[in-house]
Every structure is written in structure tokens, then in C-alpha cells.
Design a protein around this ligand. Structure first.
Ligand code: PEP
Ligand code: MG
Length: 492
């Protein structure tokens, strides 16, 4: 198992103490004096100390074996000059264990080297988990104290479907999981049969199935999973893991490649949604007490109009190559939408003056992901061409339960009555004004909620590529007319 990050203060303290321990230092020094190189000296000392800790009666002391192994491994890495990419020399797939993975780190993970990742903190709705799902990497997060038991170099089963990590599994467990993996693979093959068929229920209710992506490379996975379009391209992922803001030209190239690949299929690109857990270091967003309620998404863009203008220019230029729709995140008022529309109009005017081609019919829509937007859905629907419901944020703000905080995850219920009533209301208002409405939060793929969405007549669900065909199979098995009374009753 490889470790990608370590923030916890108490672990750092223990590691520092070990590094400063005179017995540990003396043992390394004496090994070097015997003629071995420094890395090997650290290796045999770490191994020897870990063995001694392991034999101690006291449980606390026994647990220190993992620490001394860990600290020695890090020291060897530094001595060998491998401080940059901890996976650089990895030859076979590994499980990455980290305190926390930020989206800027997750996005850089090389899928070919990673079997799974596990984290002490985090949550299922964090952007790192969302990225893992869309890359098809099994992940288990919020291990909390269980994380202490992980150790370097062992074997582990990471069952992302049920959130279980099994260390050093016995033979029977390994066989059981090999079978589980096999049946998941077989199920995937069975799903291939419905590729190309429409997502329609037994009683004829049709819904569009699209994919969420975070970068142009994921378009292929979206197409392979039979997506009818891109329901959400999180453009901010282009901005993470960079040294500076991608310029208009770089953005244009990325958007154009997605639009070209998708051909006639609609691509909804969301403007920059930075802030909260999505931080770009070069942007220097100052630390806030409540970042999810603070300077993020459209608030940054309306403050930094230069950034929004560059992004809109790149988007409109790319619109000449496919079917683009532009979406704005974290809207709370009609005023914001009107300001954006004016700006978009001035960008279009400038492009026309320059003679730069663009599609004049690009749809402009908003994420409905704040209670304010849901409550104002009637007024907002009159201003835009479509709604896309962001159930991740809508749930967090409705229940006042931080989507990143596993301690309050029991409150975070995207299928709870409060959120479902909001979705019903948003959809009704959208249709009253003749605009389409999609859902692009993680709960769009939740099979327990599919019949509700169909009953509300949501027009589109946008999910991670690996979830699409399973969701289609679910839709094709439903008969909404026979359950709608029960669904209505459950929300009374
Ligand atoms: C959402 O909030 O549901 C959403 C799709 O956007 P994000 O997860 O990027 O905040
Ligand atoms: Mg959101």
C-alpha cells in the first residue's frame, strides 16, 4: 500500500519524535559506518525497530511498528530523491492510503497505477470521491480511526460498493471477493445488450441519459457508456493542478475537443466552480470560516469579470464546433442571471465584430443547487433556457449538512422529503415556463430515486460514465403509472 499524503498533527508528532530518537539515529549511523549506503541503513534499522515494537506487550507500543516503518519509508524516499511523485517507481497497481485527497491531487492520480484509494477523512460526495467514481477507481473514504490500522506493503481488499476495507484477507475472503468482482464484470457484460436502446420505461416514459465529465479525456468513456450527451462538464477541473489560470486559447482547445467528439449531442459546460474543496493554489483564495457559504463559483466570477469574460469567449468560440449549452453554478438570484446574460451578450457582440464564428443559439442555463434558486425557480425559469439540479449542494444547503463532513453525513440525504419536494417544485416550474430540467448531482444515479425522477418528469439525468448503463436498465424495468400514487403519498 502506498501513502499519498499525511496531514494529521498527532501522526506528524510521532514521526518527528521517531526521527529525533537517538537510538534510531545511532542505529542508522552505525549501519552506515559498517559500509552500507544510507537508504539501506534506514531500511534495516526501520525493519529491526518495527520488529521490536511488534513484540511488545503494550498495544499502543505495538501500533508504533507501523509508524516506524512509515517514517523509514519516507526517509528512504527522500534519500533516494523521490520526493515528487510517490507513485513514480511503482511497478504494479497499488492501493493509495491518504489522510485526505484534494480534488487537485485526485485529478493527477494515474489510473494505470491505482487499484483503489482509501482515506481517513473525506466523504462520498466530496469532489475526490466524485472523480474516483467517474474514473472507475474503487474508493472507501471516512475510515476515521480504522485508518490507523493500515500499514505499508500489505494486501487489502477495497470494496467501494459497500465501503469496506479488509486488510490481509484470508483465502476464503479473497475467493469470495474474486467471485464478487467476477459477477460485477459479468453484469457489465450483460448491460452491453442495452447499449443503443432508449432509456424508456415499460409504460413509455422517456428520459435522456447523459454523463458528467471533468476533462476532455473522459469524453471517450462517456461515449463508450452510451451517453446521449454531456450533462455536466465541470470546467474547473481544467483549472486544478495547474500553475496558472488556463488562458482563453487553452480553454478553447479543451472545449472544442469535447464538442467535436460529441458531434450533434448536447454538451453542457459549467463555468468555473472554484472554492470550497476545489482550490487552485495560484488563485490564493483566502481561508474562510465557511468556504461552502463563501467566495466560490459564480461569486468569484462576478467579482473577477475578466475570468468570466475569458471563459465565455473560449466557450462561444468553441460553440462553432458542436452543440454547446453554458451553465452557471451556485445561482441565488435573478439579478445574478441578468448580469451574466448581459455579459454573455457583450461577449457575443465582440465576437461578431471580430468576425469570429460562434453559435448564436447556445442555450444558457443554471445549476439549481441552492434553496434560494429552488424557491425562486418560477422567476429564474423565465430568465434561462434550462435548469440542472445539483443535488450535492442542494442537499448540503437544505439540510445544513456539510457534504465534506462525515460526522454529519447521516443528515445528508439527497432522497429526503425536503430535497424531493424541492426537485418536484423545480421541475414543475421549469416545465411551466417551457424549459427542460436535468439532474447532475450524484443522486441522479441513485436507483432508489429513479422512479421519483421519472414521476416528476425530469427530462435528463447526468451521471458518471460507469453508472449509465445500469441506470438505463433500471429505467427500462419500471412502470411509473403503477407507482405514482405511492410516490406522491410518501412526500405528503
Ligand atoms: C452538485 O452540487 O450537485 C453538482 C453537480 O456540482 P458539484 O458537485 O460540482 O458541486
Ligand atoms: Mg454544486
Amino acid at each position: 500500500m502506498k501513502e499519498a499524503g499525511e496531514n494529521d498533527a498527532s501522526i506528524f508528532e510521532i514521526h518527528t519524535m521517531m526521527l529525533e530518537d537517538s537510538d534510531y539515529q545511532d542505529a542508522i549511523e552505525s549501519a552506515i559506518r559498517k559500509g552500507v549506503n544510507a537508504e539501506y541503513a534506514v531500511y534495516i534499522t526501520g525493519w529491526d525497530f518495527a520488529g521490536r515494537f511488534n513484540e511488545m506487550e503494550d498495544e499502543y507500543m505495538r501500533e508504533r511498528a507501523a509508524d516506524v516503518t512509515d517514517v523509514s519509508r519516507r526517509l528512504i524516499r527522500v534519500l533516494a530523491g523521490n520526493t515528487d511523485d510517490p507513485l513514480k517507481n511503482v511497478k504494479e497497481k497499488v492501493v493509495v492510503a491518504a489522510d485526505e485527497l484534494m480534488p487537485s491531487q485526485t485529478i493527477k492520480l494515474d489510473k494505470t497505477k491505482i487499484a483503489a484509494f482509501v482515506t481517513r477523512g473525506g466523504s462520498k460526495i466530496s469532489h475526490s470521491s466524485i472523480l474516483a467514481r467517474s474514473k472507475g477507481i474503487p474508493a472507501v473514504v471516512a475510515l476515521n480511526n480504522g485508518f490507523r490500522k493500515l500499514c505499508d506493503g500489505g494486501y487489502a481488499i477495497v470494496d467501494g460498493t459497500s465501503g469496506i476495507v479488509i486488510l490481509d484477507p484470508d483465502v476464503i475472503t479473497s475467493i469470495q471477493y474474486t467471485q464478487k468482482e467476477k459477477s460485477l464484470r459479468e453484469n457489465k457484460i450483460r448491460l452491453e445488450k442495452i447499449r443503443g436502446t432508449p432509456a424508456v420505461t415499460l409504460d413509455g416514459r422517456r428520459i435522456q441519459l447523459c454523463c458528467n465529465i471533468g476533462n476532455p479525456e473522459e469524453v471517450q468513456a462517456a461515449l463508450e457508456s452510451d451517453a446521449e450527451g454531456i450533462g455536466l462538464f465541470r470546467s474547473e477541473f481544467l483549472f486544478l493542478g495547474k500553475r496558472a489560470f488556463p488562458a482563453e486559447e487553452e480553454q478553447f482547445q479543451a472545449y472544442r475537443s469535447v464538442l467535436t467528439a460529441m458531434g450533434k449531442k448536447r454538451v453542457v459546460i459549467r463555468t468555473l466552480d472554484l472554492g470550497a474543496d476545489k482550490q487552485a493554489p495560484y488563485f490564493n483564495i483566502s481561508k474562510e470560516n465557511n468556504p461552502a457559504l463563501g467566495y466560490r463559483a459564480i461569486r468569484i466570477q462576478l467579482d473577477r469579470v475578466d475570468l468570466l469574460t475569458a471563459q465565455l469567449r473560449a466557450l462561444y468560440r468553441a460553440s462553432a464546433y458542436g452543440k454547446l449549452a453554458i451553465m452557471f453554478p451556485m445561482i441565488v438570484s435573478v439579478y445574478e442571471v441578468q448580469t451574466i446574460r448581459r455579459l454573455a451578450e457583450s461577449v457575443r457582440k465582440k465576437l461578431s465584430e471580430e468576425g469570429t464564428p460562434y453559435d448564436p443559439n447556445v442555450e444558457l442555463g443554471i445549476m439549481v443547487e441552492t434553496p434560494a434558486a429552488a424557491i425562486l425557480a418560477d422567476r429564474l425559469a423565465a430568465e434561462v433556457d434550462f435548469f440542472s439540479i445539483g443535488t450535492n449542494d442542494l442537499t448540503q444547503y437544505t439540510y445544513a449538512a456539510d457534504r465534506m463532513n462525515s460526522k454529519v453525513s447521516y443528515l445528508f440525504d439527497s432522497g429526503g422529503t425536503a430535497v424531493m419536494r424541492l426537485i418536484r417544485r423545480i421541475t414543475e416550474q421549469a416545465h411551466r415556463h417551457g424549459i427542460w430540467v436535468g439532474i447532475c448531482g450524484e443522486s441522479a444515479a441513485d436507483p432508489k430515486l429513479t422512479e421519483y425522477y421519472l414521476h416528476f418528469r425530469v427530462d435528463e439525468l447526468s451521471v458518471s460514465p460507469p453508472a449509465l448503463l445500469g441506470l438505463k436498465a433500471k429505467i427500462q424495468s419500471l412502470r411509473i403509472s403503477s407507482v405514482q400514487d405511492r410516490l406522491d403519498k410518501s412526500l405528503e
